[in-house]
Design a protein around this ligand. Structure first.
Ligand code: HEM
Ligand code: HEM
Length: 179
């Protein structure tokens, strides 16, 4: 089967998969590497604001992706997977979609309750906070946001390894459907 006729995810779903994968990696890099700039510096502030907006980008794109996914569905895998693998893949993908929604919401709630500024990019205009300041709640939300972020290193890592295993180990077309 050639590249044109083989079953693949729709162009929109392929574009959004790779675009959002890049955004997620960028969100992690910006927050994990913020320490390269000293506390209170412009560089540190820019890394934080970058993290916020890349995460908000994920939150905006996921709704487009979900609509495209409902319309486009998933192409079949050849040779087909067993029942257990199909269910495991569904659960893993569901967890990733939930992550795209929950992480930005927790991040935004942290920013607002902590009284942090969320500036419109390249301006000094702050967006209004939609939640009142509450230091205790901010700490709890930040903790939860960070813990889920840590846990998803494993989930995302597993996702990438399984995708590569399908390609080089099982030698099916799982990955080709996303290229
Ligand atoms: C999918 C998107 C996101 C991912 C994967 C993500 C990931 C993370 C991770 C792993 C941490 C913990 C870093 C550490 O403890 O060293 C963190 C911290 C944080 N994130 Fe996010 N985040 C996302 C979206 C957002 C959004 C949209 C906002 C706000 C608009 C946000 C605000 C924050 C804040 C305020 C912290 C605490 C950082 C600090 O005060 O030092 N995040 N994020
Ligand atoms: C090198 C890195 C990556 C590779 C090789 C890869 C590969 C794939 C493949 C082959 C599929 C199709 C699986 C199937 O149909 O059963 C897929 C789906 C998916 N990937 Fe990735 N991926 C990568 C990175 C990421 C990242 C970083 C994320 C987000 C954190 C992500 C999120 C998803 C989601 C949510 C799906 C389900 C798509 C759907 O059914 O609508 N991927 N990926």
């Amino acid at each position: 089967m050639n590249a044109v006729t083989r079953p693949r995810y729709t162009p929109t779903l392929r574009l959004l998969h790779w675009l959002m994968a890049v955004l997620i990696v960028l969100a992690y890099i910006l927050i994990e590497q913020r320490g390269i700039f000293p506390r209170g510096s412009d560089g540190r502030f820019a890394m934080m604001q970058g993290h916020f907006w890349v995460g908000i980008g994920v939150f905006l794109l996921v709704w487009w992706r979900l609509m495209a996914r409902v319309r486009g569905g998933t192409p079949p895998i050849t040779p087909p997977l067993g029942k257990v693998s199909v269910i495991a893949a569904k659960l893993l993908h569901l967890a990733l979609y939930a992550f795209f929604i929950v992480m930005p919401l927790l991040g935004l709630a942290t920013v607002w309750t902590d009284g942090k500024e969320l500036l419109i990019p390249f301006t000094s205009i702050a967006l209004p906070a939609l939640l009142p300041e509450n230091e205790d709640l901010a700490h709890q939300l930040e903790e939860l946001h960070g813990t889920i972020g840590e846990a998803f290193y494993w989930v995302i890592g597993a996702h990438v390894l399984v995708a590569l295993w399908h390609h080089v180990g099982r030698r099916d077309d799982t990955l080709k459907r996303m290229l």
